[in-house]
Design a protein around this ligand. Structure first.
Ligand SMILES: *Cc1c(COP(=O)(O)O)cnc(C)c1O
Length: 388
């Protein structure tokens, strides 16, 4: 399996077919860089879809994983475990006060499913309100809340009923959130949907309406959590506290992990009401402890805030010919293009920069949170070359 052509052929023959792939085999990563099988280096402004918050193979995460791998990899939550207890304590310290009940799982969609079950258990109600343009994952419960018809329509008959309202539309939200509503689910910045930040007064209105009707306000912080937007969690820009938050992507330093966090005031959920074989395994916990400790101890959230403001400002000041508008918060940035994003992603890759799409015509940047100004300048230069 030496040449990249062989790798492409094997993956094409045996893969599910579900992924549109770029013709590049990535085989190694270090910090903000990844390397392909021909030894070419790319600056990874995707962070593996927002996962590699500390960059690839951060030495502290590697050391934590190595140490735990030779001590205890997996033990079910029906036993106690030192690493898991340590992670719970750490999660409690980085989430706002009272968000201190946690269910650990293995991915974003799985955490969304968990949050729906928690909301159902806590309210006994059925109604779900989500937003147009939302992305919450692809398992059936999560998919019912995801907006993109391309993802949702083929499975429509298997999905629970969800009322989709326009994002940032307060009047629509007030009308949709009724006494029978169990949960309102939103992203603090819509990622896949085009990098649209929530208005502060929209989130505040959701909080008020949920308080009034008793619905659970669920914030999907899977992409925005752990510093990405320049605060620990995106909803903190609006000064609200949700009932439930859902996290994944960055939490495990690259290992698969997700979590549902809810207010202790709502109490624990009943025995056997939910569960996961791999959830809270010591290996993923060790990686998460290393990752979150570094984000906290090295003031990475503050660094993201100032670097993000600077990056968005620089990109706006370029006034690029092919860019309609620049949106974002922290190091979650979208450039809405005049035209399709796919050829732009290809051209950027030729310049040595990997970036993401968000819909058909938005270019999305999700670089590792530890990226330096000099490395951001390389991204800006490549964008300038491609889009001016
Ligand atoms: C990535 C993502 C998900 C789904 O996470 P998976 O781990 O792919 O299941 C859900 N919501 C948001 C906001 C995401 O960015």
């Amino acid at each position: 399996m030496s040449t990249s052509t062989t790798v492409f052929e094997i993956e094409e023959r045996y893969g599910s077919g579900a992924y549109g792939k770029r013709p590049t085999a990535l085989v190694r990563g270090q910090g903000v860089y990844v390397w392909d099988s021909d030894g070419k280096r790319y600056l990874d402004a995707t962070s593996g879809q927002g996962v590699a918050a500390l960059g690839h193979c951060h030495p502290a995460v590697v050391a934590a994983v190595n140490a735990q791998a030779s001590r205890l990899v997996s033990i079910h939550e029906s036993f106690y475990n030192d690493r898991r207890a340590e992670l719970y304590t750490l999660l409690d310290s980085v989430t706002p006060a009272d968000l201190s009940r946690f269910f650990l799982c293995n991915s974003g969609a799985e955490a969304i499913e968990g949050a729906l079950k928690v909301a159902k258990l806590l309210t006994g109600r059925n109604g779900i309100v989500a937003a147009k343009r939302a992305f919450h994952g692809r398992t059936t419960g999560a998919l019912s809340m995801t907006w993109t018809p391309k993802y949702r329509k083929p499975f429509q008959q298997w999905l629970p009923t969800v009322e989709h309202i326009a994002y940032n539309d307060i009047a629509a939200a007030v009308a949709a959130i009724r006494p029978e509503t169990a949960a309102v689910v939103v992203e603090s910045v819509q990622g896949e949907g085009g990098v649209h930040p929530a208005d502060n007064d929209f989130l505040q209105a959701l909080r008020e309406r949920c308080d009034w009707t008793g619905a659970m306000l669920i914030l999907d912080e899977i992409q925005t959590g752990f510093g990405r937007t320049g605060k620990w969690f995106g909803f903190q820009h609006a000064g609200i506290v949700p009932d439930i938050i859902v996290v994944a992507k960055a939490i495990g330093g690259g290992l698969p992990m997700g979590a549902v966090c809810w207010r202790a005031a709502h109490g624990p959920i009943g025995r056997a009401s939910h569960g996961s074989t791999f959830g809270g395994n010591p290996l993923a916990c060790a990686a998460a402890i290393a990752t979150l400790s570094i984000i906290r101890d090295q003031n990475i959230v503050e660094q993201v805030s100032s670097n993000g403001d600077w990056l968005i400002n620089e990109l706006r000041n370029l006034e690029l010919r092919r860019v309609r508008t620049v949106r974002g918060r922290g190091l979650m940035v979208g450039l809405e293009l005049r035209g399709r994003v796919t050829p732009v992603l290809k051209a950027l890759q030729e310049q040595g920069v990997l970036a993401l799409p968000a819909g058909l015509n938005t270019l999305r940047l999700l670089p590792p949170l530890i990226i330096s100004r000099d490395e951001l300048r390389l991204v800006i230069e490549a964008i300038k070359t491609v889009l001016d």
